[in-house]
Design a protein around this ligand. Structure first.
Ligand code: AR6
Length: 169
């Protein structure tokens, strides 16, 4: 498996699947969720309405419609409440369940945003650490996984966390 950090808008990526940081209704919202629904078009919301929502830590898959990606994997990250309410375990589950779904659908290229690190307030550095270690642990051997930082500051922080995890292994 290969892990690559990139900076930019996840909705522009030509990959087999992009992951959406959704909420448990799966009916859209702000942040990356809003960007994905805008770029995919109204058919995405129509398919999401048939799914009956999604609990925190789990994942569901839909088509990508007008997106360049074939699939969208919707996962629901934990809201940060200080770290003592199972947030880390829930975030690890998001990566594990999303990568399992990607594997079941034959995806070889998958892109993740930094789940929970926006509206849900998970501290960025910790969110990056969970993302990197979980992707390494759960991605298929033949997968390339892109971790997408939206802005330059997050991208630099991601490079630092990756470097630190490399040298501590
Ligand atoms: N491409 C890549 N990353 C992005 C993009 C984009 N187009 N847009 C934002 N990000 P958030 P959460 C980054 O808030 O914290 C929604 O309302 C962003 O900078 O999108 O899991 C849902 O419906 C941040 O680093 O997701 C839920 O209610 C990261 O994506 C709630 O927000 C995640 O931020 C989920 O909150």
């Amino acid at each position: 498996m290969k892990l690559e950090l990139i900076q930019g808008d996840i909705t522009t990526l030509q990959v087999d699947a992009i992951v959406n940081a959704a909420n448990s209704t799966l009916l859209g919202g702000g942040g990356v969720d809003g960007c994905i629904h805008r770029a995919a078009g109204p058919e995405l919301l129509a398919e999401c309405r048939t799914l009956g929502g999604c609990p925190t830590g789990e994942a569901k898959i839909t088509g990508g419609y007008s997106l360049p990606s074939k699939y969208v994997i919707h996962t629901v990250g934990p809201v940060w409440h200080g770290g003592g309410q199972g947030e880390r375990e829930a975030l690890i589950s998001c990566y594990r369940n999303s990568l399992a779904l990607a594997g079941e659908h034959g995806c070889k290229t998958v892109a993740f945003p930094l789940i929970s690190a926006g509206v849900y307030r998970y501290p960025k550095e910790e969110a990056l650490e969970v993302a990197i270690t979980s992707i390494r642990r759960f991605a298929g051997a033949d997968m390339t996984v892109y971790l997408v930082a939206y802005d330059a500051a997050t991208f630099r922080l991601a490079q630092q966390v990756l470097e630190r995890l490399r040298t501590s292994n």
